[in-house]
Design a protein around this ligand. Structure first.
Ligand code: ZN
Length: 307
């Protein structure tokens, strides 16, 4: 494993996946401050907000304002989520401030229907058209496939079906495909198998997006790493799950992911101390203890104990 093949890229999705799941809307000033803290941790990909309908997700109704105001270094690739062409049009009003758009659909019919009231085929057609438009504007495109490992309505999701959808997304021009376990059902063995098959099969960059719903997110990360995956999405503070009931968890915490990767010899470019500052700041804004472990324990300290 050389330094080059070990390097891992992380997309921080807390300002989108996390903030949209909070019961209270975070003040715009706080969002701008938190996004700017994240953007100065050394991370290279940041999902800043989404252009969904404000009546559907009022928590992100100020997305355009956050995008316009946040001072983001050139080194950070800014992603915004767009649900459809209308969302892309709204994002394009600030074309110079974005580098990538992410689009999503579910691998299972029932979850897709529950989420966007369309069949998977209908979503694939819509996502494909939006990818084409986004590429026409010179944007990089990321297609995220929810319920790639399991569906709360249907149970197991056939890996052949997942790979078939990946083929169609790659053919539509997706630069990157995220395999997402949004409901926290995946286990490491299943992750190892799907990522190994996908790596052989899919031409574009593959990204893993795990939720820590059952405490298995980091184990799933290791399984994906072993299968060659070098791109992950995570959320500072472990934001992203519905905080009701208390204890329910969200995306794997970025600081837990970064701490583990660095300890394992996988550089990320992220300064863990600065990242922890951002997570402490969001914890203060939300006023409740967050699920992240490293936020509580601090970084691993290998210095001999003093005293
Ligand atoms: Zn997520």
């Amino acid at each position: 494993m050389t330094a080059d093949t070990a390097a891992v890229t992380i997309r921080e999705v807390g300002p989108r996946d996390g903030f949209q799941n909070e019961p209270e809307t975070i003040a715009t000033d706080d969002k701008v401050r938190l996004v700017e803290l994240l953007a100065r941790t050394g991370l290279r990909r940041l999902e800043l907000t989404s252009f969904v309908r404000p009546d559907v997700i009022p928590q992100l109704a100020d997305g355009a304002e956050v995008l316009a105001r946040a001072d983001i270094p050139e080194t950070v690739s800014v992603t915004v989520l767009v649900p459809n062409r209308r969302g892309l049009e709204r994002a394009l009003a600030q074309r110079d401030r974005i580098d990538e758009v992410s689009l999503f659909l579910s691998a299972s019919e029932s979850h897709n229907r529950a989420n966007v009231n369309r069949s998977v085929d209908e979503s694939l057609a819509g996502v494909g058209a939006t990818i084409a438009d986004a590429r026409g504007e010179g944007l990089r495109t990321v297609a995220v496939l929810s319920t790639a490992f399991g569906c709360p309505y249907e149970g197991a999701v056939d890996p052949d079906r997942v790979l078939g959808i990946c083929d169609r997304l790659a053919a539509a021009g997706a630069d990157e495909i995220g395999l997402a376990d949004t409901t926290g059902m995946a286990n490491p063995r299943q992750v190892a198998e799907l990522f190994a098959r996908a790596a052989d099969h899919v031409e574009c960059e593959l990204t893993a997006h795990f939720h820590n719903t059952r405490g298995q997110a980091l184990a799933n990360v290791v399984a994906a790493l072993d299968a060659g995956c070098r791109s992950f999405e995570s959320s500072f503070g472990e934001l992203g799950g519905c905080p009701v009931p208390p204890g329910a968890t969200g995306n794997v915490a970025t600081e837990d992911l970064v701490s583990m990767l660095h300890e394992m010899g996988h550089p990320t470019g992220i300064d863990l101390a600065k990242l922890l500052d951002a997570s402490h700041a969001v914890q203060q804004v939300l006023g409740r203890p967050l699920g992240s472990h490293t936020l509580v324990a601090g970084p691993v300290d290998w210095a001999p104990a003093r005293g």
